[in-house]
Write a protein that binds this ligand. Sequence first.
Ligand code: MTE
Length: 329
Amino acid sequence: MLTRSRPSWFLPESAATPEGVYLNRRKLMKGLAGAAVLPAIGGFAAPALAATERAMLTGALDKAYTEGGPHRPLTPEEMNLHYNNFYEFGSQKAIYDEAERSLKPRPWTISIEGMVDKPLTLDVDALIKKMTLEERVYRHRCVEAWSMVVPWVGFPLSKLVDMAQPMSSAKYLEMQTFNDPGMASGIRTQPWYPWPYVEGLTMAEATNDLPFVAVGAYGKVLANQMGAPIRLHLPWKYGFKSIKSIVRFTFTDKRPVGFWEEISKQSGNTEYGFWANVNPKVAHPRWSQANERVLSTGETIPTELFNGYGEQVASLYAGMGDLGDMLYR
Ligand code: MTE
């Protein structure tokens, strides 16, 4: 019998999804896993699904989740595939068309550099093969005040940090997206933006259990528009920190300046600061963050501090003063 204990962030799909949809999807996933029709890039899909099946069997129907718990419907895959922020392909939500056609997620080289003893360059599939993949259902809250629930497949960022073995003097992890104007028209047509897209975390944040490197979603290889072949997801921070299509991880002692933070600075504003923790009490200078629109149902619900993940991450910011001040610093 499996006795795997459930981490406190665990949001089982059974709680995030209406029952009929959930049961159908379980059937579908079982069928797909057996029929070997899953895209097998990196050979990850089947093992990841098997792990999910195990998690389901070890008691996912927890009352805490089904009765008054953080019940939110899983965002349908179709909706997620057609409502994206990916400025490399333009500033509209419907960038899927060009991303599907133009982004070439394989071959894809990733470098791990900066304050590490041995800088490393490797193919994304070689990196995936080194990791044990799992599925995590996370809430996603965009700074634009909409939210989703996404079943990611991937590995904890902390495992990548373990592999990289950064020097003790490294204080931050900076991540960078591809910068190829030939592949993405938004880079060509919006030259005023400070490409490439960059984001960063403190080492304490990067080694927390929550940050997740996604290489798949909905039991499949990650779709181009969702940030193929490899992206980050930080469920307690506004979505702009969850950088897509990563090519470089750099360990550094200088605090990275994010893409949106730089844009904001250039226009004399302080809108998208380094910390960007979800906080309903701190309004964006141009709109409230008190509520969010759940994309799948259209309903408006109150936003939670740290997007409801305070138990896992609040200690990272202890002693840092007013949490409410942190979005825009
Ligand atoms: N990463 C890159 N490289 N470019 C982007 O424009 N947008 C961010 C984030 N990562 C963005 C990015 C924003 S604002 C959000 S809300 C999420 O990606 C959206 O992810 P999704 O399209 O998968 O929902």
